[in-house]
Structures are given as structure tokens and as C-alpha cells.
Design a binder for this molecule. Structure first.
Ligand code: SAH
Length: 337
């Protein structure tokens, strides 16, 4: 069954055939602008509310919903129609509310240190399943406005390009989320980055780099063997040129692996020509990777080394680690406790 957010406006009109034509607008705006379930659209006659609710059931069924960071972070585990499990994380900050959405159930990229990659790939999410995660978060965020969406949950967004792009157009065009508040994070799929550069909507691009020499990156991020650093850099440059957006490079700091002075030098050399911003993430623990994250002191030293080399770098404040909701920890396992 389609999610209400898989339906086009024309398909909704067909579903509402026989109703006065203004109903289409009412329902469409209810779904997107007011993030309502059909059952909640009190301007509709009760019988229509009920039949629409039955025709358009939500695709996401809540398996669990957990809080962390003193209630500022919420993580959901959803079961999809076919039993696949995905996670979504809502993060409230003093100045903004952000949701981190999944784009696939599992992931085929097999990055060594990422819990999602360790578990393997199950399937692509449909557009509606992606948009519904944002809708759920927007409902939960109220009365605050959910303003930022990062495609950094489970899965590789550019491996599920059409559905991810469909969801971006829906979030931007119908839910009013500005392109500069939408961020696609990729392991570095070069054809996807090049395709992104042809789109008219300039979203932010984050590339999960983690290593700036091919030997180390081949090991940490296996897709590097297919799209090595030189090709990746060229695609990133094309994106920056086409979109006018600042590129972010994500770097999970792994003790003794990619947090040395030489690593900072290589990263700086990669980032500089792209005028990229570097996001440092202290590695979060995952069951399948025995190496630990860098100590706070080494994280600071690495950042200072980048800064001294003229690179703009910030350390990401980790959210949700106590509920396995932090970067790289999303695995859709049975919730503990
Ligand atoms: N597949 C996409 C989006 C999901 S991952 C991508 O690779 O960008 C979101 C971010 O978390 C990526 O930067 C990823 O490399 C990072 N990450 C994965 N495992 C991590 C871990 N154990 N600790 C810290 N960050 C991690």
C-alpha cells in the first residue's frame, strides 16, 4: 500500500473523485503543511476522514521511541510493511530542530566502522517511507518547527537516488523546507554526486571521507576502490561549482588510524582546493569494529592541526550515544531496555 506521501497530487484527486474539488487542496495541505493524518483533518466530513485514513495508512509503524540527552534527542525504530526495520533520530538544539532520516533498510557500502554497514543491505526505502520519517519528527517537534533534514541515517542516499530526490522535492516544495537546510550525506558515489550537480535545487552535500589516501580509504570505506579519491575530488568540485554550496567533509576520528599529524596534512590537502568545511566526529563504538575513537585530547589536537593549516573544522557534538542513536550506530537491532 502506498504511503500518503508516495501519492502525487493527481493521484490524490483520483482517490477523492466525487468529492468537491477543494477537498484535494484541503487534504494535500493537511498532509504536508500541517503534517496531519487524514483522521485529524476536522474540516473533512467524518465519513471521508475515516475512508481516507483506511485508504492511506501510515507506512511506518512505531516499534520503539526512546529519549536521550535529557529529552533533547528522540530515536524511533520503525517497522515497515514488509517487516524491514529502520531508525530515525530527532535532535533539538537551542537554535534549530533537525531530523536524521534513513534512506535504506541496511546498507550495502560495508564501511568497516559503521553498524549499519556491518549488518548488510535489505532494501531501498520508498519516497513515502522517507518523507514519513520527517513528518513523524515534525509532529513530535511541535510546537517547535522542524527546519533541518539530514540524510545521514541508515543507508546510502545516492544508491537510492530517485526516491531520495523525490522525497527532497516533496520536503522542499510541499513542506516548505529550504534547500539550504537539506543535507545529503554520501560515502562518495561519484555518479550520484555528478547527477546531484545537475539538479536545480542546491542542497548541501556532505561526503564521508575518513581517509585522504587511497590505501587507507580502500580499507575503511571499500567503495573507494571503485571511486578513488581523485575521481571523488573532481565530482565534489563539480558539485560546489554547480550548486554554490559549501561542501562538508565528514571524518570519524579513529584512534591511531586516521587521527595522526600526517592524516591531518592529507585531509587539509584534500579539503583546501574544495574550500570544504570539515566535520570531525569522534568515532562512536559499534560491535563489529574493535578500534576505539580518539580521545578528546587527540580530537582537539587534530582540529587544531587543521585550523593551523587554514582549514575550517568543527567537532560534532555527539547526540544519542546512550541509546545507540549516534552516527554510525543505527542498526535497527532490538532495542535494549
Ligand atoms: N551513507 C551515508 C550516510 C549515513 S552515515 C554516508 O556514508 O555519508 C552518516 C555519517 O556517520 C557518515 O559520515 C558516516 O561515515 C558516519 N559514521 C559511520 N559510522 C560511524 C561511527 N562508528 N562513528 C562515527 N561516525 C560514523
Amino acid at each position: 500500500m502506498p504511503s500518503p506521501y508516495d501519492l502525487t497530487r493527481d493521484e490524490l484527486s483520483l482517490l477523492l473523485a466525487g468529492e468537491p474539488s477543494y477537498r484535494v487542496r484541503q487534504v494535500w495541505e493537511g498532509l504536508h503543511a500541517r503534517v496531519q493524518r487524514p483522521e485529524e483533518m476536522t474540516e473533512l466530513p467524518a465519513a471521508l476522514r475515516e475512508s481516507l485514513g483506511e485508504a492511506l495508512p501510515p507506512s511506518l509503524r512505531e516499534r520503539s521511541c526512546r529519549l536521550a540527552d535529557g529529552g533533547e534527542t528522540t530515536k524511533w525504530l520503525w517497522a515497515l510493511e514488509d517487516g524491514a526495520l529502520v531508525e530515525t533520530v530527532l535532535m533539538r538544539y537551542p537554535d534549530r530542530v533537525t531530523v536524521c532520516v534513513s534512506t535504506q533498510a541496511g546498507c550495502a557500502m560495508a564501511c568497516r566502522f559503521c553498524a549499519t554497514g556491518q549488518a548488510g543491505f535489505r532494501r531501498h526505502l520508498r519516497q513515502g517511507e522517507i518523507v514519513e520519517q520527517v513528518v513523524a519528527a515534525a509532529r513530535e517537534a511541535k510546537p517547535r518547527r522542524l527546519g533541518n533534514v539530514v540524510f545521514m541515517g541508515m543507508g546510502e542516499p545516492l544508491a537510492n537516488y530517485d526516491r531520495v530526490w523525490g522525497s527532497i522535492e516533496r520536503l522542499h516544495g510541499e513542506m516548505g523546507i529550504s534547500a539550504r537546510r537539506l543535507t545529503v550525506s554520501t560515502v562518495g558515489l561519484v555518479p550520484g554526486i555528478r547527477r546531484l550537480a545537475t539538479e536545480s535545487l542546491p542542497v548541501n552535500l556532505a561526503v564521508s571521507l575518513h581517509a585522504a589516501n587511497d590505501a587507507l580509504r580502500d580499507d575503511l570505506v571499500p567503495v573507494n576502490r571503485r571511486y578513488p579519491l581523485e575521481q571523488l575530488a573532481a565530482a565534489c568540485a563539480a558539485y560546489v561549482e554547480a550548486s554554490g554550496r559549501r561542501l562538508s567533509l565528514e571524518w570519524a576520528l579513529i584512534d591511531g588510524v586516521n587521527d595522526r599529524e600526517g592524516d591531518a596534512a592529507e585531509l587539509a590537502a584534500f579539503a583546501r582546493p574544495l574550500a570544504a568545511h570539515v566535520n570531525l566526529i569522534p568515532l562512536n563504538p559499534t560491535p563489529g569494529y574493535p578500534v576505539v575513537g580518539s580521545s578528546p585530547q587527540r580530537v582537539r589536537r587534530f582540529r587544531d592541526s587543521l585550523t593551523a593549516r587554514g582549514i575550517n573544522a568543527t567537532v560534532r557534538v555527539t547526540r544519542g550515544a546512550e541509546i545507540d542513536a549516534a552516527c554510525g550506530q543505527l542498526a535497527a537491532g532490538a532495542p535494549a531496555g
